[in-house]
Design a protein around this ligand. Structure first.
Ligand code: TRP
Length: 338
């Protein structure tokens, strides 16, 4: 049976946090252990350049994200784990796709439209102010990431659904003109994967600056858990578990029985200080061994580099011959008569 190709990218602009872990990393690593799946997971460093002009941050984030995925047990025997920029065929395909993509399609992309709208709201006369071509072309680069490996399934957050639809449109258009080269991919939105709240109670996200990094040193980790916003109910007063950030985080890690027991404690009026300490202990136990592996990897970046280079080699075993065929199909060929 041929394997299902599951492909996803992680933009290298931040430090992995608890929300990334439960929403994206954990499910991806689980599917890397399923041998009916051929996963392609990559560090989207070209995508990072669209919104991050700080070279050190892009480099550091690449290191941290790679170390995180490896520390958490990504099976790199099965999964192809690589850096986007190590596969030059992606950029090449991106250009070819851009030549069959209507500009009007890109005008409708959410990220671009949001930038235009923000300009409009601030009374800016140039609607495209602050918009670079990277942002405008972003969905085409993403389509190239996906189509190059003929991915079947693309696990993404809800905000990315439109990009997958665009990849389908672009792939379909290319196929129509040049022949059936690309599989038309499907988005996979995991409805049940938890969305965690952050320090301030809003969705945990680096754009709100309210995240709890996954592998902080123990002391700092504890400090952040203690900072999570709660209400002012005193110990002994019954509390609502479902609207509580602490409970939401606990639930994403604990078993059903454990969750039921803690729900009971909320009804009995557990104090916030006690709950925070409990949550810290629980998460700390859960993450301890992975954190040790992470720290060791961060000390040996050359080991990570090696894994990524091997991943790129595996990826290019697909992309080089594939691109050769694509080049030929669009009429970019050697001129010698055969
Ligand atoms: N744009 C995605 C995000 O911000 C990351 C990404 C880049 C991606 N290329 C991809 C995801 C290809 C899935 C497939 O989350």
């Amino acid at each position: 049976m041929s394997k299902t190709i599951v492909l996803t990218g992680i933009t290298t602009t931040g430090t992995p946090h608890l929300g990334n872990y439960v929403g994206a990393i954990r499910p991806a690593i689980e599917s890397s252990q399923d041998h009916n799946v051929l996963p392609f997971y990559f560090l989207a460093d070209y995508h990072a350049l669209i919104k991050c002009l700080e070279p050190e941050r892009v480099a550091q984030s690449t290191l941290e994200i790679a170390a995180t995925w490896l520390a958490l047990g990504l099976d790199t025997e099965n999964a192809v784990f690589y850096r986007q920029s190590d596969v030059p065929e992606i950029a090449e395909l991106s250009w070819m796709l851009s030549c069959v993509t209507a500009k009007g399609l890109m005008n409708r992309a959410h990220a671009y439209k949001a930038a235009v709208q923000a300009n409009d709201e601030t009374g800016e006369s140039d609607p495209d102010r602050g918009v670079n071509m990277g942002l405008f072309n972003y969905p085409i680069l993403m389509a190239a990431d996906i189509l190059l490996f003929n991915a079947h399934k693309v696990p993404v957050g809800k905000d990315q659904i439109q990009h997958i639809e665009m990849a389908r449109d672009i792939g379909g258009r290319f196929n129509h003109i040049y022949g059936a080269h690309f599989n038309i991919p499907e988005a996979v939105i995991s409805e049940d994967s938890a969305i965690l709240c952050g320090l301030d109670g809003r969705k945990m996200s680096k754009s709100y600056d309210n995240t709890i990094p996954l592998f902080l040193p123990e002391k700092q980790f504890r400090k952040l858990i203690m900072k999570i916003k709660t209400n002012s109910l005193e110990p002994g007063v019954p509390k609502d578990a479902d609207s509580c950030t602490l409970f939401g985080i606990y639930k994403a890690f604990a078993t059903k029985d454990e969750v039921a027991a803690v729900r009971q404690r909320y009804e009995e009026g557990i104090g916030w200080g006690e709950m925070k300490q409990f949550l810290f202990n629980y998460l700390n136990d859960h993450l301890k061994t992975a954190r040790e592996r992470y720290d060791a990897l961060m000390e040996s970046p050359e080991k990570i580099e090696l894994v990524l280079c091997e991943g790129a080699e595996k990826a290019r075993a697909y992309s080089v011959p594939f691109m050769k065929n694509i080049r030929n199909s669009v009429g970019i060929r050697g001129l010698a008569r055969k």
